[in-house]
Design a binder for this molecule. Sequence first.
Ligand code: HEC
Ligand code: HEC
Ligand code: HEC
Ligand code: HEC
Ligand code: HEC
Length: 251
Amino acid sequence: MRSVIQGLIVWVAAFTALAGPSAMASSDDAGHGDAHGASEEVELSGEVLVAASVCEAHELRFMKEQDPSLRIEIPAEYAGQWPSRSACVSAVEAWNPETPGPIQPIPFSHKHHAGEFGIDCLYCHSGTDRSSAAGVPSVELCMGCHAQFPPQYDEIEGIRILKNHWKEKTPVEWQQIYRLPEHVQFRHNRHISAGVECQRCHGAIEEMDKVYMTPDEFWKYGVPVKKPEMGWCINCHRQNDAKIDCVRCHY
Ligand code: HEC
Ligand code: HEC
Ligand code: HEC
Ligand code: HEC
Ligand code: HEC
């Protein structure tokens, strides 16, 4: 029982942080899911837990399913379906400082986009089958979908940041995770056309809210430990009769 309540407070605090100025009691510095002011507020508000956003409403309903004795109140303006509960959860998870991988400027979830909604990897990383670099999608490509979403989505901070980049015409500064030294030549397109799946090298990206370099105990694909090392490239080349002479990979 106690842990249920604690869990609830953590969730509500995280969602309140995402929900931004209107719901945020205390701070601009709360950022990234760390909103202590908000959690105290929920604790003090007494027996009835009142939702202050659609995301919080989803969470309160979910908690009540687990513990029917909870008393919750969902104001009509927050009773809508969108953003979906899983969008809310993914946004929190994509900014979870406890999970591996860098915190990106927007809580963008592969699990939600590529997993749940099945958006093709190549739709966003169209460079992979055409050129050496996979590339990361432009703000314009994101807005191709998100410009059509109802305004309720602005409750997710990441959506507001995205729209702000759109308005200001500035790119999102994503942090690159996989990086080879300059002296190595790597081409995505050679691999994609040879039928090597993305997951062989990057792990189950479609299951990640926050992207991280997969550890080697990810047995299914045998991906590298901390960075793509030479031995890893060469092993797979040997197994697949691909070239292993030095100049193939080194200028
Ligand atoms: C093909 C359409 C499509 C494209 C392109 C797209 N999104 Fe989304 N996005 C969605 C859908 C669908 C949802 C989930 C809606 C829901 O469940 O309520 C979503 C949800 C989100 C969320 C909420 C948290 C999450 O990740 O689920 C964020 C933030 C987001 N998108 C950012 C982006 C960014 C940044 C880009 C560009 C890199 C992008 N989206 C490109 C369709 C798209
Ligand atoms: C809706 C657009 C979208 C889709 C679909 C998508 N990605 Fe991404 N991908 C991104 C964005 C934005 C980033 C940068 C932010 C991040 O790392 O989460 C990224 C980052 C990555 C990275 C990390 C790159 C690096 O080193 O920084 C990998 C690997 C990746 N994607 C693979 C995939 C794979 C595999 C799929 C299909 C299963 C996929 N992506 C589907 C938008 C997308
Ligand atoms: C044979 C292994 C391998 C495969 C297969 C592979 N990648 Fe990569 N990927 C890498 C390596 C290595 C890097 C780092 C490249 C560099 O630093 O030049 C990388 C980098 C990336 C990046 C970072 C941005 C960039 O342009 O370098 C993205 C995004 C990405 N891969 C997505 C994908 C997607 C999507 C697929 C499947 C369509 C895929 N990768 C298939 C090994 C692979
Ligand atoms: C999961 C297996 C796998 C991994 C891991 C892998 N490769 Fe490959 N690579 C292949 C295959 C298969 C081909 C053959 C493509 C062909 O024959 O056209 C290939 C082809 C290449 C080529 C083109 C060779 C030529 O004929 O000119 C280069 C360059 C290359 N890989 C570099 C790398 C580097 C660098 C890494 C590590 C960062 C790497 N590969 C990791 C499977 C892999
Ligand atoms: C299939 C691709 C591939 C082939 C073939 C290959 N290398 Fe490498 N090599 C790499 C990658 C990837 C790295 C970077 C690894 C890292 O960052 O730790 C690297 C790094 C190196 C380094 C730097 C080591 C270091 O610690 O930074 C040297 C030296 C080197 N290779 C020499 C060779 C020689 C000599 C050959 C031929 C016998 C060769 N390589 C063949 C992929 C390859």
